[in-house]
Design a binder for this molecule. Structure first.
Ligand code: IPE
Ligand code: IPE
Ligand code: MG
Length: 251
């Protein structure tokens, strides 16, 4: 048995350990900058390492049969960072998408990008369209990348869409309900996250999936994103298995 087979067998044994595997995991992969600073490296090196780590975690989640995995890659507030960092992040996202099908080969991952894509560099918009189309018939893990994403912007966008329908007499005000609203979010058709993971010790939502995470279980770790590995995710999933989700009822 080769090294990779052994690794895989070991991981398979681990899968049996999980009482339940969340259908949808949303991740805020935070701490790239601090990871680099700790090593005396420029922040962009932390982003490079963090980007590579995303693929490792995608492969793991795909193996343990998570169906949806959403990563926060760039928020609507991240434009406030120095231009050189924004440029480096855009370049890394471009590389990530370009190499995605090669590096995730055989994993059958379907990629979708959510957020206000109109503000992104044109070549990145084209690459997003290409990779979404290329992976559209895959039926494995749904990898959702939140890029220039902010929940407040997403909800305003939904309100505008609904208002337009009302104005054009295509929708009556009485018919505006949760289902209607959800159908106007970027995440239309994607089930709500069951588990939200944030790394780096920060315990806040930072404008991420505010509507969708209304009843998600939250899990935090002090580990900085580039240091996060399969065992952190396994720990989060085991912890998730012990939670009692009551949705306001008695469980
Ligand atoms: C998360 O790492 C990645 C992005 C926001 C793109 P940070 O860059 O926020 O890292 P810290 O929080 O400064 O350590
Ligand atoms: C959240 O991290 C956004 C991403 C991981 C892309 P930030 O580092 O931008 O969040 P704050 O500023 O600490 O809330
Ligand atoms: Mg941060």
């Amino acid at each position: 048995m080769g090294f990779f087979d052994r690794l895989f067998t070991k991981k398979n044994e681990k899968i049996k350990e999980f009482k339940v595997v969340p259908n949808h995991i949303a991740i805020i992969p935070d701490g790239n900058g601090r990871w680099a600073k700790k090593r005396g490296l420029p922040r962009n090196m932390g982003h490079r390492e963090g980007s590579m780590n995303i693929k490792k975690i995608v492969i793991f989640c795909s193996k343990i049969k998570v169906k949806y995995l959403t990563f926060y890659a760039f928020s609507t507030e991240n434009w406030k960072r120095p231009q050189s960092e924004v440029d480096a992040l855009m370049k890394l996202l471009m590389e990530f998408l370009r190499n995605a099908e090669k590096e995730l080969e055989g994993s059958n991952v379907k990629i979708k990008v959510i957020g206000d894509l109109t503000a992104l560099p044109e070549e990145l918009q084209k690459e997003i369209a290409r990779v979404e189309k290329f992976t559209s018939s895959n039926d494995g893990l749904h990898l959702i990348i939140a890029l220039n994403y902010g929940s407040r912007l997403e909800m305003l966008h939904a309100v505008k869409e609904i208002s337009k329908k009302v104005k054009e007499n295509k929708l009556s005000i009485n018919d505006i309900d949760e289902k209607q609203f959800e159908s106007c979010l970027y995440t239309a058709g994607i089930p709500d996250p069951d588990l939200l993971i944030r790394t780096s010790g920060e315990q806040r939502i930072s404008n991420y999936l505010l509507w969708q995470c209304a009843y998600s279980e939250l899990w935090f770790t002090d580990a900085l994103w580039p240091d996060v590995n399969e065992s952190h995710i396994s720990e989060a999933i085991r912890d998730y298995g012990k939670r009692s989700r009551r949705y306001g009822g008695l469980g």
